[in-house]
Design a protein around this ligand. Structure first.
Ligand code: NDP
Length: 279
């Protein structure tokens, strides 16, 4: 049986470490405060925003919630971001994505002060990651590095294959694995012979957004498999990009869905917020 990488336990550990750090900061008279902006009332976004508020309360951070109407203009949203950039007591600013279609997401992300960019999506944060300078790192891939390290999985020198090249997951994931001295290949929808490439992986990260696409034909015997996908199957149960039942018997370690990568994202957001205080 493979090692089941326990994202629930590891994320709880990280949140407890952040809680201690927040208490230390409080003892020095420094508060940590995250501002969360949601535009519209997409039900999935509302769940994520609710979970972020709960996590802030758990670690002892303050959270400010801005729930704006669907028809909010881009200018009004940018004004709010500028206002929060200027507020000394706000350490982190997060704009819940996706935004309504009439708003230019890239411009909104660029408006956030990079010192408060706890999601790590600002071009300056991405550039810093790319050239190995300090900066905020996108929470989901940062969480995956923690999952690997805290499960005793060595990255240096390993063949790492990432399926997916989104700005939020695939690209920062590849950069982080490279920073950890992995030998990294990134696959996408135009990759030829995907299975040939993924079968080389010692560490395979699936961020492809297709339910259960990754079966054992894509996986080398003994590989570590990280499943970023989140979907609801035909019975309304959560599943990932990896066909867990099919793949688990052939790999050495695997993340389940739910309880793998999912809980890490918010834990790393809390980690980024606590760190934003010293920036
Ligand atoms: P995107 O849809 O933005 O990116 C998917 C990537 O997969 C693209 O780069 C695309 O290639 C590639 N792709 C699509 N089809 C294929 C294929 N048949 N073969 C090879 N590559 C393919 O998704 P995200 O990166 O935002 O998210 C990926 C998954 O992770 C989703 O299921 C999402 O729900 C989940 N997710 C989970 C999070 C968590 O906290 N656990 C956080 C964020 C996302 P191309 O670029 O060529 O189009």
């Amino acid at each position: 049986m493979p090692q089941i990488i326990d994202g629930k336990a590891i994320s709880a550990q990280i949140k407890d470490e952040v809680k201690e750090r927040v208490a230390e900061l409080a003892a020095q008279g420094k508060k940590v405060c995250l501002a969360v902006i949601q535009v519209g009332n997409d039900p999935a976004s509302s769940v994520y925003v609710g979970n972020k508020k709960k996590a802030c309360a758990y670690v002892g951070m303050e959270s400010l919630a801005y729930e704006l109407a669907e028809e909010t203009t881009q200018e009004a949203l940018l004004d709010l971001i500028r206002e929060l950039n200027a507020k000394e007591e706000v350490n982190g600013i997060l704009v819940q994505l996706p935004l309504p279609k009439h708003i230019d997401e890239d411009e909104v992300i660029r408006a956030i002060d990079p010192k408060k960019d706890v999601d790590g999506f600002h071009p300056q944060s991405v550039g810093a990651l790319c050239i190995g300078q300090p900066g905020f790192v996108s929470c989901t891939p940062a969480g995956i590095i923690q999952l690997l390290k805290r499960s005793g999985i060595e990255i240096a020198g390993k063949e790492c294959v990432v399926i997916g090249r989104s700005n939020i997951v695939g690209k920062p994931m590849a950069l982080l694995l490279l920073r950890e001295n992995g030998t990294v290949t990134v696959c996408h929808s135009r990759t030829k012979d995907l299975k040939e490439v993924t079968k080389r992986a010692d560490i395979l990260v699936a961020a492809v957004g297709k339910p259960k696409m990754i079966t054992r034909e894509y996986v080398k015997e003994g590989a570590v498999v990280i499943d970023v996908g989140i979907h609801r199957n035909e019975n309304n149960k959560l599943c990932g990009d990896v066909d867990y039942e099919d793949v688990a018997p052939v790999c050495s370690a695997i993340t389940p869905v739910p309880g793998g990568v999912g809980p890490m994202t918010i834990a790393m957001l809390m980690y980024n917020c606590a760190n934003s205080v010293s920036r």
